[in-house]
Design a protein around this ligand. Structure first.
Ligand SMILES: *[C@@H]1O[C@H](CO)[C@@H](O)[C@H](O)[C@H]1NC(C)=O
Ligand SMILES: *[C@@H]1O[C@H](CO)[C@@H](O)[C@H](O)[C@H]1NC(C)=O
Ligand SMILES: *[C@@H]1O[C@H](CO)[C@@H](O)[C@H](O)[C@H]1NC(C)=O
Length: 300
């Protein structure tokens, strides 16, 4: 049995409660924000801006603490877990309750907000919040500027999937020893970019399934039918997890057998890849959140 430590249990409950609060219909429109943080698409950021954001991610990954003990045997890995790891932990803990249901969008939006706030309040990040509009790259995903190999401002390319390398990334700013992960076991970020069409997840070539026309169709076709809308949107977003592969696809590091991985519900550590926070924003931010709320309210 897994026994999360108390602070983490509370943290997760907090995430859940706050996400529930977000789903409550908004009663009036008068409230306005004093300050809005701009969200900027990755390719529109300067190299310096990209480097600063990546540095804040690495900063979260470098602040280790000992309070997480949530691994299979419940052994305390003293001081080995980082604040960055906490987000993966929380996401994995909410894999069932915040996915494939109406909490999916608001919970992830809140998750992203907390992550963004952590980069700012803990690591001093002051730049725009980045996102990746993958629909712009649907025709040629492997050439996306997101997979830049620069050691200072690149998120890195696909990993080395040869025999014992387990798709560990070897380029970009997130390679060892500058960035490492703790869940489900200590490892270095892994990716396995693959244009597999994942027919079981909605089929078709990526240039169709995550292209601008599909995004438009999904966001404009289901007014008043929140559940069908959410289902289609989830299928579309799954393609990104599966295209990028490795950590973003919830694949366990090799030393863990697939069976153990499944038995322990380890598939939710997808925020291990910082691309997570870039790619969920298209579903939570760019695709007008209000439109989603409107469709939701009309479906009540
Ligand atoms: C990488 O992805 C390809 C295509 O989906 C797959 O066949 C291969 O097994 C994966 N490699 C590893 C090491 O996971
Ligand atoms: C989309 O991908 C399919 C399958 O790879 C290919 O046959 C087709 O030409 C592509 N279409 C465009 C517009 O790139
Ligand atoms: C988008 O919707 C239109 C109208 O229903 C349809 O003809 C088209 O094939 C759809 N495109 C995609 C990529 O699903």
């Amino acid at each position: 049995m897994k026994a999360p430590t108390l602070p983490y249990f509370l943290f997760n409950i907090l995430l859940l409660i706050q996400s529930l609060a977000l789903t409550t219909p908004i009663a009036h429109k008068s409230a306005s924000c004093a300050k809005l943080n701009p969200r900027i698409e990755w390719r529109s950021l300067s190299e310096v801006q990209r480097e600063k954001w990546i540095s804040s991610v690495k900063c979260l990954g470098s602040i280790k603490h000992r309070r997480l003990s949530h691994i299979a045997q419940d052994v305390l890995l003293d001081g080995k877990h980082s604040i960055y790891d906490d987000f993966s932990y929380a996401h994995n803990a909410m894999q069932k309750s915040a996915h494939s249901n109406p909490y999916f969008l608001p919970w992830h939006r809140w998750f992203l907000y907390l992550f963004d706030t952590a980069t700012r309040e803990i690591c001093g990040y002051k730049g725009p919040t980045p996102y990746w509009d993958w629909s712009q790259d649907s025709v040629s995903l492997l050439d996306s500027p997101v997979f830049d190999s620069s050691p200072s401002h690149g998120l890195g390319e696909s990993g080395d999937c040869s025999e014992d390398r387990d798709c560990t990334i070897t380029s970009g700013a997130l390679v060892a020893p500058f960035f490492s992960l703790s869940f489900p076991i200590p490892h270095v970020l892994r990716r396995n970019l693959s244009l597999n069409t994942w027919a079981d997840l909605g089929g078709g070539a990526h240039n169709q399934t995550i292209g601008a026309e599909t995004v438009h169709n999904i966001t404009s076709s289901f007014a008043g039918d929140f559940f069908r809308f959410q289902h289609k949107l989830t299928l579309m977003h799954n393609h990104i997890h599966n295209f990028v592969g490795g950590d973003l696809a919830g694949v366990c590091p090799k030393p863990i057998s697939e069976e153990t991985c499944e038995d322990n519900d380890y598939a939710g550590y997808t925020p291990n890849d910082p691309i997570f926070s870039l790619s969920i924003d298209i579903i939570s931010g760019k695709i007008l959140f209000l439109k989603i709320l409107t469709a939701f309210r009309e479906s009540l």
